[in-house]
Design a protein. Structure first.
Length: 197
């Protein structure tokens, strides 16, 4: 099975590919390695697959295969790796799905300018995760989505933007006084001219 998999590999650097075929191939290789009594090599493929794709499932399988107590250290290493992942949206989606609210909050505060509001399918779930314990990064995400709607006149998102404005307002009492963004009234005035919201 391993020989057949090696012959059928989609290309060099398979673990760096995130397409469906590459993921399926990786899963088959892991199963074959386990069946062949090569658990360490299977773990190496899982870890490489996680690093390439930030797959929650791949990381869970990797951690499950570790001895007791080593999984905690490996999880911390994986969360740190996600912080520096080149695609901030993929990193935020991973931290939201894991979930790691603290990690997602850190990513938003450190890489917020790289997170534009045109990806609500990533930013909105992250804002939901953060809103109770991390109101400032949640507000940053909500505002980014509203600002994107306003700036580009995205008519299909006007109703969502109106809801995001109200959600941002509800988080305002929990924001720190020394935050590096405008307070809610100042920001809300900036978008208030858009009557559709």
């Amino acid at each position: 099975a391993l020989a057949a998999l090696d012959v059928s590999a989609p290309g060099p650097g398979i673990v760096e590919q995130a397409d469906v075929g590459a993921v399926t191939w990786n899963q088959a290789r892991i199963a074959a390695l386990e069946a062949a009594g090569e658990p360490l090599e299977a773990q190496a493929v899982r870890w490489a697959g996680f690093k390439a794709t930030l797959s929650v499932e791949m990381l869970r399988a990797f951690l499950k295969g570790l001895p007791d107590f080593e999984d905690v250290e490996a999880e911390d290493q994986a969360l740190d790796y996600a912080q520096a992942y080149p695609d901030p949206y993929k990193a935020l989606a991973f931290l939201t799905a894991w979930p790691s609210a603290a990690g997602a909050a850190r990513l938003v505060m450190e890489r917020g300018p790289a997170l534009h509001g045109d990806r609500p399918e990533v930013l909105e779930p992250a804002a939901r995760l953060l809103e109770h314990r991390h109101p400032l990064p949640a507000t940053v995400l909500l505002r980014a989505m509203v600002d994107d709607v306003v700036r580009y006149g995205r008519a299909d998102r006007y109703a969502d933007a109106a809801r995001w404005v109200l959600e941002a307002e509800s988080l305002a009492p929990g924001l720190p006084d020394d935050m590096a963004i405008d307070d809610h009234p100042t920001w809300a005035r900036r978008v208030a001219g858009y009557r559709r919201l």
